[in-house]
Design a protein around this ligand. Structure first.
Ligand code: DGL
Length: 270
């Protein structure tokens, strides 16, 4: 039994950590496409091609269910994959829906028509590709009406985090929050729509102010996955081995991942 977690690189480890804590008995296979990261500056065609290649590798590793822990892949490729690419008996789920269900106070799988919700002004922070896809607004419109979303493409933040340059990442986050606030002075909620941003959550919260609710994905995705597997236990695939796979250099990626999560992680070549 194994469940796949796909990401463009290291950011998805924040999601992996949360799902592993929530479901300690499930062996997760992590796939980081480090050779091609970041995805946030690629076009939709490229993100689709790379994401389907990575997910295929996870199917081969014994996973019937794959979580796209990457917002950029969820935004730019998932819908197209679900429309005809995913083989019979396999499932691929993204990270937007659990977040939007939390924001719109919905239970898992509540497909009732869109309705008014308490939150009216939402700030979305994400990669340029995620913002360009408008996938967040599309998914939100299925569930809520009258919500004003202002999206800020946060260029440079992923690169600064990957490079371990915390000061630069903080400065960039503050400037992106300022830019957003010039267009939406009083957001009620802020969505951190990129796997790397939970690592900067405190900086986002400080820059936004204490009265803004900051929604971060990892724990919401973990709860949603636990719920899904309780309903569909047969989706835990035949694989039994926990693995970290990368398209990059395994030694270098392992070192970076260890720094990122502050525990030793060993990647192997995908
Ligand atoms: N993992 C990606 C996401 O959540 C961010 C990194 C990238 O741009 O590849 O959007």
């Amino acid at each position: 039994m194994a469940v796949g977690v796909f990401d463009s690189g290291l950011g998805g480890l924040t999601v992996l950590d949360a799902v592993t804590r929530r479901l300690p008995d499930v062996p997760f296979v992590y796939f980081g496409d480090n050779a091609h990261a970041p995805y946030g500056v690629r076009d939709a065609e490229d993100v689709y091609r790379l994401t389907t290649a990575g997910v295929t590798r996870l199917f081969e590793a014994g996973c019937d269910l794959v979580i796209l822990a990457c917002n950029t892949a969820s935004a730019a490729a998932l819908r197209r994959m679900q429309e005809g690419w995913i083989p019979e008996g396999k499932r691929v789920l993204g990270v937007f829906v659990p977040l939007i269900e939390a924001l719109t106070e919905r239970q898992w799988g509540d497909n009732s028509p869109p309705r008014e919700v308490a939150v009216k002004h939402v700030a979305l922070f994400a990669t340029p590709a995620t913002v360009a896809s408008r996938a967040f607004q599309r998914e939100l419109a299925f569930r809520a009406i009258g919500v004003d979303v202002e999206a800020q493409p946060c260029g440079g933040v992923v690169d600064a985090i990957e490079a371990g340059d915390e000061m630069l990442a903080e400065a960039l986050v503050r400037s992106h929050v300022e830019a957003l606030k010039r267009r939406m002075p009083h957001p009620q909620a802020a969505i951190l729509g990129c796997t790397h941003y939970p690592l900067m959550e405190q900086t986002f919260q400080d820059a936004l102010g204490a009265d803004v609710s900051v929604y971060s994905q990892a724990n919401l995705v973990a709860e949603s996955l636990a719920d899904y597997l309780a309903r569909r236990p047969e989706m835990i695939g035949p694989g039994t081995e926990r693995m970290f796979l990368t398209t990059g250099d395994p030694a270098a990626v392992s070192d970076k991942a260890t720094q990122f999560l502050r525990r030793r992680i060993e990647f192997r070549a995908a």
